[in-house]
Design a protein around this ligand. Structure first.
Ligand code: PEP
Length: 246
């Protein structure tokens, strides 16, 4: 059975004091059966990993190399040594601003899984492709190439986030029906690549301008197991309301 998850991606926001204060307050949220994850900037991970509470930590990025002379990079092994449990991979901002390809994303997934970190694997189509009716094809390709050569048990350690690029940070949200259609399609693709049981066990999150006013409708859909939240994760109140909307 897929589990309910709400993850906050703080991106390159919040100075140290702001981030610590938000982390401490989110850490006290008392939702029962929802897994709560936050992804602060990586320089805060070492300190936050020492705070006990109910929130799990994610990194926003990881190197596609194991170790060595890669100035500025952070390895999966380093994240593991801080007890970071998750890492976002394949976010559209990394795909578009840093030219990350499906192949590079796949390298990151393998390194993370080898270091016991669960990837939050993002996929999503741009507006032009949706308008042309190519959204299913694009997502299928991202899944096939991004998840290449993962074993079934490795895949079961991943979370998938469907994030239509046209909905990220734009205020435009996919309708609950559009989200359900794509989440169900993602399960079909996983079912073909692996099997039905694996597909039904995966948590598939929706991301893209998810906020308290639309989260309940999105989360009520059968194949939507939660959300990857950007802007609305930067305030405890809105993040909490989204968590409560299950
Ligand atoms: C994101 O960047 O993953 C995201 C979903 O952002 P927002 O909620 O701000 O659209």
């Amino acid at each position: 059975m897929s589990r309910k998850v709400v993850a906050g991606n703080w991106k390159m926001n919040l100075n140290y004091n702001e981030a610590l204060s938000l982390f401490n307050s989110v850490n006290t949220i008392s939702a029962k059966d929802v897994e709560i994850i936050v992804a602060p900037a990586s320089i805060y991970l070492a300190e936050f990993s020492k705070c006990s509470g109910r929130v799990k930590l994610a990194a926003q990025n990881v190197s596609n190399f194991k170790s060595g002379a890669y100035t500025g990079e952070i390895s999966a092994q380093m994240l593991n040594s801080l007890n970071v449990e998750y890492c976002i991979v394949g976010h559209s901002e990394r795909r578009s601003y840093y030219n990350e390809t499906d192949q590079l994303i796949n390298q990151k997934l393998h390194l993370l899984l080898e270091n016991n970190i669960s990837p939050i694997f993002c996929c999503g189509e741009i507006l032009k492709d949706r308008e042309k009716g190519l959204h299913n094809t694009i997502i299928e390709q991202q899944l096939k190439h991004g998840l290449q050569d993962l074993t079934k048990s490795q895949l079961l350690n991943c979370i998938i986030a469907y994030e239509p690029v046209w909905a990220i940070g734009t205020g435009l949200t996919a309708t609950a029906e559009q989200a359900q259609q794509m989440h169900s399609f993602i399960r079909d693709v996983i079912s073909q690549l692996y099997d039905l049981e694996t597909a039904s066990s995966l948590s598939i999150l929706y991301g893209g301008s998810c906020k308290p006013s639309n989260s309940a409708e999105l989360f009520a859909k059968k194949d939507v197991n939660g959300g990857l939240i950007g802007g609305a994760a930067l305030k405890k109140e809105t993040f909490n309301e989204i968590i409560d909307s299950f």
